[in-house]
Design a protein. Structure first.
Length: 294
């Protein structure tokens, strides 16, 4: 019998999306001190990627109503990370229909960012493919994040994957937006994504939400079936029920490059105090929406 939960494989990489997904609980109004603390914790812990926020349209999301991590202007990102001459790669998310990507995603040579994560729903796949091409041609690593995959038919998922597989995206990510998936469904989806991704030289990732308290378990399931890019957040901070907790994921992975102590320190110094002001986690309301796939 093999032991697929023994997860040390060098190609498996972790992305922290605490500031990006977590910002959905407070309109991305994090202080510079908090964002810098998350950055330094990720750096010390050996995390591979940090998603520092969205690059969404200031027309749709006015700067008077949202914090800087909703837009991730270059000067704001550099205020935290400088030139980021470190192994930690910086990422932002661009939403189809919500970002001015043609003008705001500048060439990689002019940015401290390394990765553009293109988020879209199935009906937006045409724009998403254009966004992926634009980001890749401008020098970035690119991921394709089909959101709310649990609401799509198998035929719809196949059509999206067929189009994305032909694009220059580096990673195709299974996104359980509503926290509604169970392990068996995660297995089916990861294997399906792999069928399209592997022949095209792409990796498969997992982004789990915790409505049914399955985000960590589903992330493990995705890893077992070949996902080599996984998302997590400190204390599971994220929209609604939150995400896979970084402290659990790092405790599970056997890669000695990851260090868990900086994660615990950030939890104690940053997340515990924040929990007094903002609420997230798998409360009963989110249990219900997860079960109903809403």
């Amino acid at each position: 019998m093999t032991a697929p939960w023994i997860t040390y494989r060098p190609e498996l990489k972790v992305l922290d999306c605490t500031v990006r997904d977590g910002g959905l609980v407070n309109d991305h109004k994090f202080t510079d001190e908090f964002v810098r603390a998350v950055y330094e914790a990720n750096l010390e812990a050996g995390i591979d990627y940090m998603e520092i926020g969205y690059k969404n349209s200031a027309k749709q999301f006015p700067k008077s109503d949202f914090g800087p991590w909703k837009h991730c202007d270059e000067e704001d990102v550099r205020r935290i990370v400088g030139d980021n001459n470190t192994p930690l790669k910086m990422a932002v998310m661009c939403d189809a229909g919500k970002s001015d990507w043609k003008t705001k995603v500048v060439h990689k040579n002019d940015s401290v960012l390394d990765v553009i994560r293109v988020a879209f729903y199935a009906h937006q796949v045409s724009e998403a493919v254009d966004m992926i091409h634009h980001a890749s041609e401008h020098g970035y690593e690119v991921t394709a994040n089909l959101m709310a995959v649990s609401t799509n038919t198998e035929a719809e998922v196949d059509q999206v994957l067929e189009e994305v597989a032909k694009s220059p995206a580096d990673v195709i990510i299974v996104v359980d937006s509503f926290g509604s998936l169970y392990a068996e469904q995660v297995e089916i989806l990861v294997k399906k994504y792999m069928e399209y991704a592997k022949p095209a030289g792409k990796e498969v990732g997992m982004h789990a939400h915790n409505n049914q308290q399955l985000a960590f378990a589903n992330t493990i399931e995705a890893i077992i079936h070949g996902a080599n890019r996984v998302d997590a957040t400190l204390a599971g901070l994220g929209r609604g029920a939150g995400n896979c907790p970084m402290e659990l994921l790092i405790g599970f992975l056997r890669n000695p490059k990851f260090k868990i102590r900086p994660i615990y320190e950030a939890l104690e110094e940053q997340l515990v105090p924040m929990a007094r002001d903002f609420d997230w986690g798998p409360h009963v309301q989110y249990n219900i929406t997860g079960q109903l796939n809403e």
